[in-house]
Every structure is written in C-alpha cells, then in structure tokens.
Design a protein around this ligand. Structure first.
Ligand SMILES: [Zn+2]
Length: 127
C-alpha cells in the first residue's frame, strides 16, 4: 500500500513537472508573440511620422501633414527657413542662418526625428 502511494506521488511529481514545462513553453511563446507584435507595430505604425511640427522658441507655430508635398517659408525674428515636404520626408530647403546646418541636414521622416536651426531657435520635429 505504502509502495503504491510513493509511486503514485512520484508519478504526480513527474506529471506536475510536465505541466509546468508546458505552461512555461506557452508563456514563452506568448511573450515571443507579444514582442513580435510590438516590433511589427513600431516598424509599420510608429516608424514613420504623419506630420511635421515646427517650433520656434519651444512654441509650436504650425503643423503640416506629410502626405502633401509643399514648400513652406517660415519667418522668424532671426531670419527665414524654407521647409520642404516631399514624398513624406521633411527637410529645410533654404535658410539665411549663418551655419546652414539645418539646410545640410538629411531629410527626416521617422517619429521623433528633428532638424534644428540653432541660430533661428527653430526645431522641426516629425510626429
Ligand atoms: Zn539653420
């Protein structure tokens, strides 16, 4: 009687172990799927922005959708910048700032990317 009891317990332990492994495997797969979903979401939906936000002195002066190609002159006290939106990308086409860093900056189109024109205290951010 005792013998069978012990054997039974041992079987139970093995069975429980198997169950635990199954649960771990399922949890692992679920975490894997969740991570994959987040990555896919980030790449396809968060990766490229939808609008350019222009700020001067940390104040938003206007926003422009990236779907429409256009050239927008931005006049500030310090000078002017011409913002260009083309094929969903933003760049500074022209400016009269002294360093021209904003003009030389490559086009941006990803969320959170910025072009800064320090002399004009101008920031263009993709959101
Ligand atoms: Zn500049």
């Amino acid at each position: 009687m005792e013998q069978t009891e012990i054997k039974h317990n041992a079987d139970n332990a093995i069975e429980n172990n198997k169950k635990r492994n199954d649960i771990l495997l399922i949890v692992g797969i679920l975490i894997g799927i969740a991570i994959l979903a987040v990555v896919v979401w980030l790449v396809f939906f968060q990766g490229s922005g939808t609008k350019a936000v222009v700020m001067v002195n940390d104040r938003v002066i206007f926003e422009q959708e990236l779907t429409m190609d256009c050239q927008l002159p931005i006049q500030t006290e310090a000078g002017y910048n011409i913002l260009q939106i083309q094929n969903g990308e933003v760049r500074i086409l022209e400016a009269d700032c002294r360093d021209q860093i904003c003009v030389e900056h490559v086009s941006i189109n990803k969320k959170g990317e910025t072009i800064v024109c320090l002399p004009h205290k101008l920031v263009v951010e993709v959101q």
